[in-house]
Design a protein around this ligand. Sequence first.
Ligand code: TA6
Length: 292
Amino acid sequence: MNKNADYYNSMWQVEGVSFVQLADHVCAIDVENEFCYARISLYGGNVLSFIPNGSTPLIYVCRGAVLKDGKAIRGGVPICAPWFGASSIPGFPAHGAVRTAVWEPDIVTSTVIVLKLNAESLPEKFAGITLNYKLYIRLEKELSVDLECSNFGSKDVDFSAAMHTYFPVNDIKFLRINGLDGKKYFDALTGEEKIQHGDIIIDREVDRIYQDGGAQIVILDNGKIIRIDKRNSNSTVVWNPWSEKAKSFSDYEPDEYTDMVCVEVANAREDARIIPPGTVHRFGMTISEIRS
Ligand code: TA6
């Protein structure tokens, strides 16, 4: 049976929760509860929207984003796993296999959504990666997202990942990303290792992977303050394509680089992990708006 919105609405009757069909391949869960509104796409397991009641969106989807099967939705919280960045295996896509896979609802309540994705439902070419996945999403005043990867195989699995979160930006001239002062980072634009001095400002293309020891990150955006607390993540990716690189994306409007920034809770580079047979690896984040 085609597991579409009608199917899921017949399966799950939860107050404040409804399934909506955004495209043939994209069914999403809309949640409206006492704390927030959220939309979660089963395609990619992607939190496309999170708005605390009485506030403004904490998550951004690009105006140019397209809903095309096989292409990650540009925005929300794309789950880049079980590898971050380019793969060393020919034919394997950047940023892993699961951000273009269809996840299934495992638990649905008005404040907690758990999605599951088993290796057997991924394309055959990924069959050697013996991981099953669960995504725990808590929707209250804060947004919590935790990815759990279970190695059901008999060999270690090399693992790297990022929750590639897109945040809206009110005024990029005043944007400050705090919490990484003094931390080492890999500058993907130059291939150099550098040290961060002070807050991060975005006034050019930025593509950096910080080794941060689990630091708390705070995004200061012209009066709006978003805090990111991390769990079992000692690296953070900060990315903005800026004007030139923005033109290279078909699913990104040329002028929207001033409206967003990606701050990504990760297990990347030196923070990559090994998941031994029969074990579970879990990392995650909580995003909260600090209201003055
Ligand atoms: O997370 C930063 C990054 O790896 C950049 O290098 C850039 O490629 C960005 O991700 C977007 O990647 P995507 O595959 O979503 O176009």
